[in-house]
Design a binder for this molecule. Structure first.
Ligand code: SAM
Length: 268
């Protein structure tokens, strides 16, 4: 992970380069649809309302938002991810893709009903990203961050997890599995977040699910040279335990927070 101070980074430079993960990222499970529905309801996004999806990647959250009829400006710093996202959403006229980061999106102030970070808030300098979200939100807008968490007490997932911990004894999920409430509250720019979660079992192609491990940046960063062989071991385990299809339970967890009246005022 690049540790340079954010202020020294040009607008387009990602804090963490996703280029090596772009192609296999496509095989990841979708977010639990009921959680996305609840999120836009809690955020009171009007029909056809404007959303800015930051760290939009290959459009994994952008596309479901577009499918629900919203207009989505997608901001993504990694060109390889952005190209896949543009391709995936090319049939939607109400989307535009931009180079930018959570900390400096390049989008206009006071514009969006909702700013989303799908599995990308942990890759930002979070206080700066919150300030940027508050800047581009309207005075009644909402910030949301969400992640898909594999359910680790599922029997097969528990074995995959054990394998990861055997190979990386100090393995940690870092920020992506932690409560985001304290950092959001500390910003003073947003109200206390509402948390939403929902679990769904996704039936996925076993091979595609194994391929998607190659896009797991958290494991990749911590396993170093052992990453390829760890992904191979996960594949061997899954092949021994499943057929063409694998049922994987995921919990989508979201934090949704409204702009605080005085938070917006203090930025003026
Ligand atoms: C795990 S992917 C998530 C992609 C997509 N939003 C999704 O829901 O699947 C994280 C994305 O965040 C991008 N990213 C990295 N650093 C970032 C930053 N500082 N601000 C915004 N996005 C960033 C990466 O390039 C990558 O595309």
């Amino acid at each position: 992970m690049n540790q340079n101070p954010t202020s020294l980074m040009p607008a387009s430079r990602p804090s963490f380069d996703y280029s090596p993960y772009a192609v296999t990222y496509q095989n990841r499970a979708e977010y639990v649809p009921a959680v996305i529905d609840a999120l836009v309801r809690v955020a009171e996004v009007p029909a056809g309302g404007s959303i800015c999806d930051i760290g939009a990647g290959s459009g994994h959250l952008t596309e479901p938002l577009l499918r629900r009829g919203f207009s989505v400006d997608a901001v993504e710093p990694t060109p390889a991810m952005r190209q896949l996202g543009e391709q995936r959403t090319r049939d939607y006229p109400n989307t535009h893709w931009y180079d930018g980061r959570g900390e400096s999106s390049g989008r206009q102030a006071d514009t969006y009903a909702l700013v989303t970070f799908g599995s990308s808030f942990d890759l930002t300098q979070r206080p700066q990203a919150l300030a940027e979200a508050a800047r581009i939100l309207t005075g009644t807008g909402y910030f949301a961050c969400l992640w898909n968490h594999r359910v680790l007490d599922d029997p097969l997932q528990a074995r995959v997890e054990q394998l990861i911990h055997d190979r990386i004894p100090d393995y940690s999920y870092g920020i992506r599995r932690t409560d985001q409430t304290p950092v959001i509250a500390a910003s003073g720019l947003l109200e206390t977040p509402v948390t939403l979660s929902g679990t769904q079992v996704f039936r996925l192609s076993s091979e595609a699910w194994c391929d998607a491990w190659a896009s797991h940046s958290t494991v990749s960063q911590q396993s170093g040279n052992g990453f390829t062989s760890l992904v191979d071991e996960i594949r061997d385990l899954v092949r021994a335990e499943t057929g063409d299809w694998i049922d994987v339970p995921y919990t989508t967890r979201a934090w949704v927070a409204r702009v605080a009246g005085d938070g917006k005022d203090s930025q003026r």
